[in-house]
Ligand binder design. Structure first.
Ligand code: F6R
Length: 607
């Protein structure tokens, strides 16, 4: 979603601001802007669309200034036009915002009644008006911000500058992330540490309700009660190099190919192969006491949760509820004592998932979090933090974070099973052995890249595509369909193979490719029967299976993708690769924007 960067620099800052925005591009946006202070006055450039449009404007009309704020906007209130792009300037304040001001209508009506007029349709401009009004009433910048923050409901990260104050940046956060970066004679604000990576790795993460006052010489942070607070300064460990495509054409492709390495590096933290044991951080609560697990997540992370439900129930015999986060709170879920709520998220900032986490905390659940950004809000609110060590995921479509989530969840399921006395040592040893085989199996799956690229035109020409699977391959069908639709814009549905004849079979004809995910195993024959129902109606089948499966059922398919033989436990990780590669190559064949598909944001910080 929106990206924020602010710099109090020693020299001109516009180039650094735009470079920072480029590092935030991955979050998804549809317009951008930058504002500096030149000779005590604001100077601003904004543009619709990609950053290149802003860069072109800046090339024609450069922007000097040693202090500046900049923004990539993902439209919520108002179309992605230049007028709606941030920074917004009202009187003596200019600001950028990430999030949604939920009471903006009421605030806008109040301000309109006083005769104030608006230059945009955004909720953000309302905040600028509120601050400007306080300045007009004679308050200084800091007092003005202090007066306005309590009036804002919803989620926000804000960065503000004030006319005539070229050594002052003010930031504030509630429900959307904002970090403070500490430099040498310079200081910074950013949506994340990655935005600031080449300038500084010294980062203080603002907490909920915090606001910060920055000059070049010092940083002061206040909590929501306006009490001065100290927030730990940590070394972010992220470098600009981490957001380089290397030899790959897209970040998504790079991230797909990183999977053997990042899954290995994730598993390293969770397995003790020599002891034949899984080894998770020890929680402050007793896992043996867990009576029910409630999994909540969104999108691809939710599909990882669907796979995990099979594992938790199979290994630990603990009942599992699972919900998409946007539905969870509103169905008044029953959360009994002894429940563990498990949240899965790449970013750790997804607004719905975070809100569900807080709801579960308030209902007395223990909180476990599987997250890829260890400094994220969810990570900081967990009782049991289970990081995925996938490294920064820049492509909007989640790939490597997903397989790393699966790796962690498999280890967690085994750990819970052991704690509950449901997993004998020899079974645990087997699980550890098979999980340790995952990186090699992922490598073998990646070896089919070229073959998958060759079959991309078959899918690229389609209007609709179906994905079918059973058991843990059903979530993989959902994931395959999500990957395809989000980056290639082809309509795709994932279905439980046995459910197809209850409706979607009506769609089948010779223009509909049907991707069947069916490794050999106890459910194979049943899935093949469903596949035959598709073939009988002229559907064009792409079968993803292993050698034995393809030998048995490959004949009816227009194409097959052969995965390595692997244990059922790691099949969801391995079978993620062909569905990711297929979506990737179809998108490339269609010429879509693979890394930043239209309308999508990487980190969804609004509900
Ligand atoms: C799909 C995708 C999204 C995310 C979802 C949750 O490729 O990336 O569906 O999985 O927005 O995001 P996180 O995992 O950051 O909570």
């Amino acid at each position: 979603m929106c990206g924020i960067i602010g710099i109090l620099g020693k020299g001109d800052v516009t180039d650094q601001l735009v470079a920072g925005l480029r590092r935030l591009e991955y979050r998804g946006y549809d317009s951008a802007g930058v504002c500096t202070i030149v000779d005590g006055h604001f100077d601003r450039r904004r543009a619709e669309g990609k950053l290149d449009n802003l860069a072109k404007k800046l090339a024609i009309d450069p922007l000097p200034g040693h202090i500046g704020i900049a923004h990539t906007r993902w439209a919520t209130h108002g179309a992605p036009t230049e007028d709606n792009a941030h920074p917004h300037i009202v009187g003596d304040v200019t600001l950028v915002h990430n999030g949604i001001i939920e009471n903006f209508k009421e605030l806008r009506d109040e301000l309109s009644a006083e005769g104030r007029s608006f230059a945009s349709q955004t909720d953000t401009e309302v905040v600028a008006h509120l601050v400007a009004r306080e300045l007009e009433r004679g308050k200084g910048p800091i007092e003005a911000v202090k007066a306005v923050l309590p009036r804002l409901h919803g989620a926000f990260a804000l960065a503000m500058m004030f006319k005539g104050h070229d050594n002052l940046l003010v930031g504030a956060r509630l429900g959307a992330p904002l970090v403070v970066g500490l430099g040498e004679g310079e200081n910074y604000l950013g949506s994340d540490a990655l935005a600031l990576a080449p300038m500084t790795q010294k980062i203080a993460y603002l907490e909920e309700g915090d606001w910060a006052v920055l000059s070049r010489e010092k940083i002061e942070i206040f909590d929501r009660d306006n009490k001065p607070v100290t927030r730990e300064v940590t070394l972010s460990g992220v470098s600009g190099a981490m957001i380089d495509k290397g030899n790959h054409r897209h970040f998504m492709q790079k991230e797909i190919f990183e999977q053997p390495v990042v899954v290995a590096q994730t598993l390293q933290a969770y397995l003790k192969p020599l002891d034949g044991k899984v080894a998770l951080p020890i929680p402050e609560f007793d896992l043996a006491e867990v009576k029910r697990v409630t999994i909540v997540a969104c999108g691809t992370s939710y599909y990882a949760g669907l796979v995990a439900k099979y594992w938790f129930e199979k290994f630990a015999r603990v009942p599992v509820d699972i919900d998409v986060a946007s539905e969870f709170r509103y169905r008044e879920p029953v959360l009994e004592p002894g429940g563990l709520a498990l949240f899965i998220s790449q970013s750790g900032e997804t607004a719905d998932t975070l809100a569900a986490l807080r709801h579960c905390r308030a209902e007395g659940q223990k909180i476990a979090v599987v997250v890829n950004v260890p400094t994220s809000s969810m990570a900081r609110e967990a009782d049991l933090l289970l990081p995925t060590n996938a490294g920064p995921e820049i492509g909007v479509a989640s790939t490597k974070a997903f397989t790393c989530q699966l790796a962690v969840l498999a280890a967690f399921a085994a750990n819970l099973a052991r704690a509950k006395g449901k997993m004998p040592a020899d079974e645990e040893r087997e699980i550890v052995k098979h999980l340790a085989e995952a990186p090699a199996a992922l490598n073998a799956a990646l070896a089919h890249d070229e073959e998958i690229e060759k079959m991309a035109p078959l899918v690229a020409a389609a209007r609709d595509v179906l994905y079918l699977g059973r058991g843990p391959d059903y979530p993989m069908a959902l994931e395959g369909a999500l990957k395809l639709k989000e980056i290639s814009y082809i309509h795709a549905e994932g279905y439980a193979a046995g459910e197809m004849k209850h409706g979607p079979i009506a769609l089948i004809d010779d223009s509909v490719p049907v991707i069947v995910i069916a490794p050999s195993g106890p459910l194979f024959e049943k899935t093949v029967s469903n596949m035959q129902e598709v073939a009988a109606r002229g559907g064009r089948i792409v079968l993803i299976s292993d050698a034995a499966g393809i030998a048995k059922a490959g004949e009816g398919a227009v194409a097959t993708i052969e995965m390595p033989d692997c244990h059922p436990l790691i099949q969801p990780l391995v079978y993620a690769v062909p569905v990711q590669l297929l979506a990737y190559h179809v998108a490339v064949a269609k010429g879509t924007d693979v890394d930043q598909p239209r309308n999508l944001a990487k980190s969804v910080t609004v509900e």
